[in-house]
Design a protein around this ligand. Structure first.
Ligand SMILES: Nc1nc2c(ncn2[C@@H]2O[C@H](COP(=O)(O)OP(=O)(O)O)[C@@H](O)[C@H]2O)c(=O)[nH]1
Ligand SMILES: [Mg+2]
Length: 400
């Protein structure tokens, strides 16, 4: 699963990226943080099942801290977008190239209004995040429309000649964007264009369809960043009353907290609503002041927003469930004795057999049944999994 950070320049995308990919705990041998300069590992946070089961876990591919599971996901810091990007302005093509891999997007905006649409500094409140939301969406839609609309007449006639459905033809064209046939079919239906012959779709039809397709295929949440600045409040209210999915956010504050936590200065886990300075830590006045600002912000908005934005992308937009595969349903362990070694994020509605497939293709091929470690009951291949399920797979291809 990939989450992309999009937005115009200087809103704080890289600050968000750096904060989200920084571990809040010292972990010298932790295998993954940054993959490429703009691709890193961030974490979705869930309540771990270890406490419910009363076990001490030792995760291999995720982390458990104080009963909280941090599940790795890929985060991409997408190149900044400027108006006209769909026509190749700025880093337009690079932007769209990065953005297309993402399953969901976090749209970072400068809630304080201290940047104009090209990312240049302006007096606080002069920039309008509502305008930025519209323009970034429009750029994306126009780019998609240009991609789909190229040779539209020729492609649709060809598809018609082959007896191909429109969604089949488009799925092929959009394969690089990770947009599948069912989503395309749903967008065609929702656009009200299903009864119109594709050959006769106008440019406006194509654009209207692209708007719907983009919203379905690349859902996004807005991270209203720089919420620590006073001018942010009124904009955050505006975005909320417009019915948008908005998380007030302060990436710089999150970066500060993770660094300080890693150094042992304070106790803080990403997503917490507060932090504690550890006893016996002496702070200078400057540090004290910086932390006071962060504390006030967290009291106002409930958290720094970075973890919340990621969790909304995973669990609200993409509707993932967190499932723990184990090989021993009594010890909840793998073959090496690691307790609750792994947790997988699967789309809601995934089955026991789907889980097997994410562990190993052979495990799914030889699937016999699974065992719910909570109830010790057998479940079948089509059994739908819920978040927090601990599951043992029994397969003809994996004995013992
Ligand atoms: N006040 C405040 N400034 C921030 C915050 N996040 C980022 N910035 C500042 O915004 C500017 C642009 O940040 P950057 O991450 O490079 O933006 P990008 O161009 O979107 O990647 C930098 O000066 C950051 O220090 C925040 O949460 N609060
Ligand atoms: Mg940047």
């Amino acid at each position: 699963m990939i989450i992309g950070l999009i937005g115009k320049a200087n809103v704080g995308k890289s600050t968000f990226f750096n904060a989200a990919t920084e571990l809040a705990v010292p972990a010298a041998n932790y295998p993954f943080t940054t993959i490429e300069p703009n691709v890193g590992v961030a974490y979705a946070r869930v309540k771990c099942v270890c406490r419910e089961f009363g076990v001490q876990d030792n995760p291999v591919h995720s982390m458990c801290i104080d009963g909280n599971r941090f599940i790795p996901i890929k985060l991409v810091d997408v190149a900044g977008l400027v108006p006209g990007a769909h026509a190749g302005k700025g880093l337009g093509n690079k932007f769209l190239d990065d953005a297309r891999q993402a399953d969901a997007l976090i749209h970072v905006v400068d809630a304080s209004g201290t940047t104009d649409s090209n990312g240049r500094s302006v007096p606080a409140g002069a920039g309008d995040p509502m305008f930025d939301i519209t323009f970034v969406e429009e750029e994306f839609d126009l780019w998609l429309a240009a991609l789909i609309g190229r040779d539209w007449g020729k492609n649709t006639r060809e598809a018609e000649g082959l007896g191909q459905k429109l969604e089949q033809m488009l799925a092929k064209r959009l394969s690089g964007l990770a947009i599948g046939e069912p989503v395309i079919a749903a967008a065609i239906h929702a656009s009200g264009l299903a009864m119109k012959k594709p050959v006769s779709w106008t440019e406006e039809d194509i654009l209207a369809f692209c708007k719907i397709l983009r919203a379905k295929a690349k859902p996004f949440v807005i991270a209203a960043n720089k919420a620590d600045l006073p001018s942010a409040e009124v904009n955050i209210e505006k975005m909320k009353s417009a019915g948008l999915e908005v998380v007030p956010c302060a990436s710089e504050a999150e970066a500060l907290l993770r660094k300080a936590s890693k150094k042992g200065v304070l106790h803080y886990l990403p997503g917490d609503s507060s932090f504690d300075v550890k006893p016996n830590v002496a702070l200078n006045i400057q540090q004290q002041k910086a932390l006071d600002i962060v504390r006030t912000l967290m009291q106002k908005y409930g958290s720094t927003g970075v973890q919340e934005a990621i969790n909304i992308a995973c669990f609200k937009l993409l509707r993932m469930v967190a499932v723990y595969p184990v090989e021993d349903e009594f010890k909840l362990a793998d073959k090496k004795g690691n307790v609750l070694p792994d947790v997988r994020l699967l789309p809601e509605g995934s089955t026991a057999k789907d889980l097997a497939g994410t562990v190993h293709a052979d495990l799914a091929k030889g699937f016999l049944y699974a065992i719910d470690a909570r109830t010790k009951q057998r479940i079948g291949a089509d059994h739908k999994l819920k978040s927090g399920d601990v599951i043992k797979i029994v397969s003809a291809t994996s004995r013992g």
